[in-house]
Design a protein around this ligand. Structure first.
Ligand code: B12
Ligand code: SF4
Length: 364
């Protein structure tokens, strides 16, 4: 980018020009979309409060403490007049075919977003560069950037900016990419022209709801996190309810079913995804027993920089034990579970290993 001279009385800020330059820079940084909004989150706040009151957030107690900040961008970052939302693509075609792996009960299914480097880092790094560009263009300090970890209603804001519409699974999707992208934001004090929201295109389709293995999408646009396999395998700290374990199949980290069966995700236009997201450590199709045998040191070393490392070793082993219990009974699986009873000491892990062993022993 050629460095423009800062705005002054003789050279006032041309917001349309700034927006064009920002779009060009976003493209260079690998973002597949950039839109601007000044979101009205009053309805989202009521829905969020209902969701929390019903306890759908489970053990994600931090939600309860952040309702005001989450629904008031100006409270989170004083002076905010616009939110810039961006999409960063990842690919469902990353690695072995997802639906094939889901059927192979000896292999682990890991959500396609998590096969490479942690998206939080990749996104924030690129957003920080975008914020610097806007800072130079406008002569103001860089705006704050977010991805996932801050109290920001990312899907609601992005849908109001026109980056896509919210599907019945609650995720954002658009005509070109389906829903295979991450969302990120920049809160800014620059009054850029806002974009119109996009229209809805789900119609009467309920493929995502029908595909959900646990019935977590209990009504259109409403997910009970406590039943969602992404929550159970990633966010949930303790014992996984026994009634849900058989429904998890071989999914050991996250779940993609509501996206895999969405018609808008069938043939998304090919996107250039960041190299960072490329499959590593055979995470796309590795054997359950191989991952189950990793020591804690191996887990930490092999998954350095991966989002999976955030869940820690105990949850990793817990999740794999459940998947082994849902898989075939043979001398190798029985032996692996018996050895795990000797090797691990965490009561939560042992409880899941015992459950898996009993389930296989009962199986014919
Ligand atoms: C908490 C969280 C989760 C939780 C809860 C999910 C959920 N649906 O709420 C769990 C752990 C289950 C989860 C799972 C996943 N997540 Co998540 N998650 C988030 C997070 C941090 C907050 C979401 C949130 O605010 N939930 C609270 C509820 C109340 O919000 P909501 O479901 O969107 O509810 C709104 C509507 O449904 C509606 N509504 C509510 N009640 C009612 C009632 C009626 C009648 C109507 C009409 C509407 C309505 O209003 C609500 C408020 O706007 C966001 C990042 C962020 N900061 O926003 C990522 C995020 C949504 N997750 C993301 C991803 C990728 C996933 C997974 C696909 C990961 C995976 N493969 O395993 C799954 C998908 C599961 C699913 N179908 O949602 C991406 C989605 C990208 C996209 N394309 O949209 C995000 C945006 C992260 C990111 N930065 O990219 N996630
Ligand atoms: S991620 Fe899986 S378990 Fe969660 S809502 Fe989607 S299909 Fe259901």
């Amino acid at each position: 980018m050629s460095i423009p001279s800062p705005p002054s009385s003789s050279n006032p800020l041309n917001l349309v020009d700034v927006r064009e330059r920002l779009n060009a820079e976003a493209k260079k940084l690998g973002f597949s979309g950039l839109r601007v909004s000044m979101p009205d989150l009053s309805k989202a706040k009521l829905d969020l409060q209902k969701w929390l009151k019903a306890g759908h957030h489970g053990e994600m107690k931090w939600f309860e403490r952040s309702v005001e900040l989450r629904t008031n961008p100006q409270q989170l970052v004083p002076g905010t007049v616009r939110v810039i939302s961006v999409t960063l693509p990842y690919s469902a075609e990353n690695g072995a075919p997802a639906k094939q792996i889901l059927k192979d009960k000896e292999r682990a299914y890991i959500s396609r977003y998590a096969l490479g480097r942690d998206y939080h880092k990749v996104m924030r790094h690129r957003l920080a560069k975008l914020a610097r560009t806007l800072s130079i263009l406008s002569g103001t300090p860089p705006g704050r950037v977010f991805c996932d970890s801050a109290p920001v209603m990312e899907v609601e804001i992005a849908s109001q900016s026109g980056l896509g519409w919210r599907g019945k699974h609650t995720l954002l999707l658009n005509r070109t990419e389906g829903s295979w992208f991450f969302l990120g934001e920049m809160y800014t004090t620059i009054p850029l022209p806002a974009d119109p929201p996009s229209t809805q295109h789900c119609g009467t389709c309920s493929a995502c709801m029908d595909a959900c293995p646990t019935g977590a999408i209990f009504a259109p646009y409403q997910v009970d996190a406590r039943k969602c396999i992404a929550y159970l395998t990633i966010e949930h700290p303790g014992s996984i309810p026994e009634t849900l374990r058989p429904m998890m199949g071989n999914r050991i980290y996250g779940c993609d079913d509501c996206q895999l069966f969405c018609p808008w995700n069938k043939d998304p236009e090919p996107q250039t995804c960041p190299e960072d997201f490329a499959n590593r450590e055979n995470l796309d199709s590795g054997h359950l027993l191989k991952f189950f045998n990793w020591s804690e040191a191996e887990f930490n070393a092999r998954l350095a920089g991966s989002p999976i490392r955030r869940i820690g070793y105990q949850r990793w082993i817990r999740n794999i034990a459940v998947a082994i219990g849902n898989g075939p009974k043979n001398e190798f699986t029985l032996q692996a579970l018996r050895s795990a009873l000797m090797k691990h000491s965490d009561p939560m892990v042992l409880e899941h290993v015992e459950w898996a062993l009993q389930r296989l022993q009962k199986a014919s």
